[in-house]
Design a protein around this ligand. Structure first.
Ligand code: Q9C
Ligand code: ZN
Length: 337
């Protein structure tokens, strides 16, 4: 299988508030290095991405958000002294927030979590990550072959105008939009990351051309806390085109695969032309951020079930934080796809 990958991600080495103190992010450059090493050793071909098309990015994100991301580090660095631009204030319930004019207010407006900060190379890395997603979509269309985008930073928590959960640009949404722009009438996004893909859900919530399906830890018990419930099924034209399958913390393998069967069943009946998989391997039994019990072999089993759908497929990397197992887990998935 072809792997789209770039070294540009290394410029993004961000910080997060962890246990009340600033720390290096769990979402580290070594993650992508570990995956690349494993897929190269497995004999998969590697392709560099073409530059990102910002017009395409603008079909998924607002122009003020993209402008904000492209200038935030420079604006921060000109005036502040800290090593990372991060918000410490978000809109409270009750009022529709106006977008502030000052950088500090805009950081709060355009983000939702203190696990995600902007550092000097963030813009270069996130545009590279989005370019990997679009190049993977293009390669899949042009070759007819399943293609893997080794995206870093990940994307599925990023909405049209907010970053968080280590995500800035929504790579899976951008890939899906690319497939639609190149002729697909409807695309399914299957998100198997341990965390709910709140950003992807919100981007397509009112649309019927993208069917979003997510298997994840129940947001009553887990990040991102405020989205991912089973009763979120889409609105307006998108009614019925959003399916959440929340599972309790500690979910075992049998229950997870029952959810995957339910997801696959609904995708089979949704009349889609292509599939984007948001591949988070933080559902692994020993993931430091997850509590599910999937083994390395299970990622291969999941891939076989997904391949059984027989759909043209683009796989986009999301989370997964056990550095020692990351390569094997992604490798098991790709090897069985
Ligand atoms: N210090 C993805 O898997 N932050 N994002 C947890 C722990 C939220 C995970 C804070 C985890 C977000 C793409
Ligand atoms: Zn995750």
């Amino acid at each position: 299988m072809l792997v789209v990958s770039s070294n540009a991600h290394r410029q993004h080495n961000s910080l997060e508030i962890h246990n009340g103190v600033m720390a290096l992010s769990s979402e580290s450059p070594s993650r992508a290095d570990a995956i690349l090493e494993a897929v190269t050793a497995a004999g998969h071909g590697v392709l560099e991405p073409d530059p990102v098309d910002l017009e395409l990015v603008g079909r998924v994100h607002t122009s003020e958000y993209v402008e904000f991301l492209s200038t935030a580090w420079t604006r921060w660095h000109e005036r502040e002294s800290g090593p990372a631009a991060m918000s410490f204030m978000w809109p409270a319930r009750g009022f529709e927030p106006k977008r502030p004019s000052d950088l500090i207010g805009q950081l709060g407006y355009h983000s939702f979590a203190a696990d995600t900060s902007i550092v000097p190379g963030t813009w270069q890395a996130i545009t590279s990550s989005a370019s990997i997603a679009t190049t993977a979509a293009d390669h899949m269309i042009d070759s007819g072959l399943t293609t893997y985008g080794l995206c870093r930073p990940p994307g599925h928590h990023a909405s049209a105008d907010q970053f968080g959960g280590y995500c800035y640009l929504n790579n899976a949404a951008i890939a899906a939009q690319r497939l639609l722009d190149r002729g697909a009438e409807r695309v399914a996004i299957l998100d198997v990351d341990y965390h709910h893909g709140n950003g992807t859900q919100s981007i397509f919530y009112e649309r019927s051309d993208v069917f979003f399906v997510s298997i994840h830890a129940d947001p009553l018990e887990e990040f991102p806390w405020f989205a991912g419930h089973a009763d979120e099924t889409g609105t307006a034209a998108g009614a019925g085109f959003n399916l959440n399958l929340p599972l309790p913390r500690g979910t075992d393998r049998a229950s997870w695969f029952a959810a995957l069967d339910a997801a696959a069943d609904r995708i089979e009946r949704a009349d889609v032309d292509a599939l984007v998989v948001s591949l988070g391997v933080d559902s692994y039994v020993d993931d430091p951020l997850g509590t599910f019990q999937l083994t390395t072999d299970d990622f291969g089993k999941a891939a076989s079930r997904i391949a059984g759908l027989g759909l043209p497929t683009v796989v986009i990397q999301e989370g997964g934080y056990n550095g020692a197992a990351l390569g094997a887990n992604v490798g098991a998935f790709l090897g069985s796809l």
